[in-house]
Design a protein. Structure first.
Length: 156
């Protein structure tokens, strides 16, 4: 019996618990403040990490980024007078699941040369370099991308 107590005493003598078990809080000393702050910061970090992982793993984010980059690539590699059809059926289905109107799904900002694809509440924007007059229109499940010459005299 005595041997068990000595082993126990040796363990607690050099452990973290023995150093802090018998301490009484001194005046103005808050016990556990560091641990509480550490725990709260860890919880905040993991909530942010999980929310990012959820958004990155959602289908809408993947389709938004993919379609925006495809459209920009088409615009930058095309010539005036070209019309290109892009199948966007899967993206439109995801947008309908998220309650996005068809009119708000694909947009072009000619002034800033940006393509905006919105299949969720956030959407995704991507810049293109060509200075063409670009028009987007949905025809059933296809996106018609019309490339025209930019008229520098009749700009809006």
């Amino acid at each position: 019996m005595k041997m068990k107590n000595t082993i126990k005493n040796k363990f607690f003598k050099h452990s973290y618990f023995s150093k802090n078990m018998n301490k009484k809080g001194e005046l103005g000393d808050i016990i556990g403040l560091k641990e509480t702050i550490f725990l709260i910061l860890n919880i905040i970090f993991f909530v942010i990490l999980l929310s990012f992982a959820y958004n990155a793993g959602s289908r809408a984010f993947v389709y938004e980024e993919s379609y925006a980059k495809q459209i920009v690539s088409i615009i930058d590699n095309s010539k005036p007078g070209m019309n290109i059809l892009l199948d966007v059926k899967e993206g439109l289905e995801v947008g309908k699941e998220n309650g996005i109107k068809l009119e708000d799904t694909f947009k072009i900002d000619d002034k800033e040369n940006k393509v905006m694809v919105r299949l969720s509440s956030n959407g995704y924007m991507y810049n293109y370099f060509s200075d063409y007059d670009v028009k987007l229109s949905l025809q059933d499940n296809l996106l018609l991308i019309s490339i025209g010459e930019k008229n520098i005299y009749n700009e809006k």
